[in-house]
Design a protein around this ligand. Structure first.
Ligand SMILES: *Cc1c(COP(=O)(O)O)cnc(C)c1O
Length: 353
């Protein structure tokens, strides 16, 4: 029998959000056409709006953040080229090395300080022209940094890295899956973040709450090249205005509310830090992601996650002793005390076993 205490609080990811009733209304009313002929008014409208928001000429709607990131790499690099990125980044770790599979492109990873890079670490990473070597072509950054616990790459550092990269003849791509979280938390506009990059990928399906979709944003020429590559990858969608309408609704209505998710994450983090056997890294979330370390006396992360799921709190084990919890519009902030009580009890039970 379901009781009130058995509702599920799903903190696994901000991708689990379901469309709200007004978003479903926007989907139902969307005008559509065949986007492979560029005839879908809802897609065209979304692409214009997101390009304007990021201060760029053009945008391309794609099915996923993986596709927009990979298009970003593929439009900048040729076979035998290399890009520089942080060791824990999504493009390198969680996209099957698609740049290598599809593009003959190599990644060179650099360990950031808690996920954050600075110019001093990069200056000796550009290969000299030499027939033995790959060609360094692209600098990739991720903001907010997912596996670093939703950290914001400090603005001055981002500006310095991109300025240096451009001076060296590199191009710059931003994995901005959660750029809007950085915008809301930093009070730096999306266009100000984006102006340092040649291409930016943003996701509508994370904290913004749309069911599907991302965009690659950049200048017209770059987006035309990405358009060709999208077709090659099978990403040309027909009456996908239904999806674009949801994304368009999300960027008009769900950006400012990310602040609630950030406040919720701070409360969750403070409560978790007070539980015996839990340590937070970083100690305070800057946006909507909380990553915590559990002491071996509680057991493995997988075990705690299973135990929590039985009590209606879902989180994600991201390493043997590390768990990720993400706040979003489908877990109300008012449930945070409930969630914390469940985590605390589960830790006590496992500890005593
Ligand atoms: C989720 C995510 C992506 C990829 O998005 P999908 O839509 O799941 O393919 C890319 N980068 C980061 C940082 C992400 O968190």
């Amino acid at each position: 029998m379901m009781t009130a205490s058995q509702i599920t609080l799903d903190y696994r990811s901000d991708t689990v959000t379901r469309p709200t009733p007004p978003m479903r209304q926007a989907i139902a009313e969307a005008e559509v056409g065949d986007d492979v002929f560029s005839d879908d008014p809802s897609i065209n409208r979304l692409q214009e709006r997101i390009a304007a928001l990021l201060g760029k000429e053009s945008a391309l709607f794609v099915p996923s953040g993986t596709m927009s990131n990979q298009l970003g790499v593929l439009v900048h690099c040729e076979p035998g080229d290399e890009f520089l990125c942080e060791t824990g980044c999504h493009i390198y770790n969680y996209e099957q090395g698609a740049f290598a599979q599809l593009g003959g492109i190599v990644a060179r990873t650099i360990d950031g300080e808690g996920g954050l890079l600075d110019v001093e670490q990069l200056t000796d990473k550009i290969r000299p022209p030499n027939a033995h070597l790959v060609r360094t072509r692209l600098m990739c950054l991720e903001n907010t940094h997912n596996m670093a616990g939703g950290r914001i790459h400090p603005y001055e550092q981002v500006a310095r890295i991109c300025e240096w990269a451009h001076e060296q003849g590199l191009v710059c791509h931003l994995d901005g899956a959660r750029l809007m979280n950085a915008v809301v938390a930093s009070e730096v506009s999306a266009a100000d973040w984006a102006k340092h990059f040649d291409s930016v990928s943003v996701c509508f399906s994370k904290g913004l709450g749309a069911p599907v979709g991302s965009a690659l944003v950049g200048n017209r020429q770059l987006i035309e090249r990405a358009h060709r590559k999208r077709k090659m990858l099978g990403g040309g969608m027909r009456q996908a205005g239904l999806l674009a309408a949801a994304a368009d609704y999300a960027i008009q209505n769900h950006i400012e509310r990310l602040e609630e998710d950030h406040r919720h994450a701070q409360k969750l983090a403070a409560g978790l830090a007070a539980i015996d056997g839990i340590n937070l890294t970083p100690s305070e979330p800057e946006t909507n992601i909380v990553i915590f370390q559990i002491d071996p006396k509680i057991g493995a992360a997988e075990n705690l996650v299973e135990e929590l799921a039985r009590d209606g709190v879902r989180m994600l084990a991201v390493a043997a002793q590390r768990i990720r919890a993400v706040t979003h519009l489908d877990v109300p902030e008012s449930e945070v005390e409930n969630a914390l009580r469940i985590v605390k009890n589960a830790c006590l039970r496992l500890h005593n076993n």
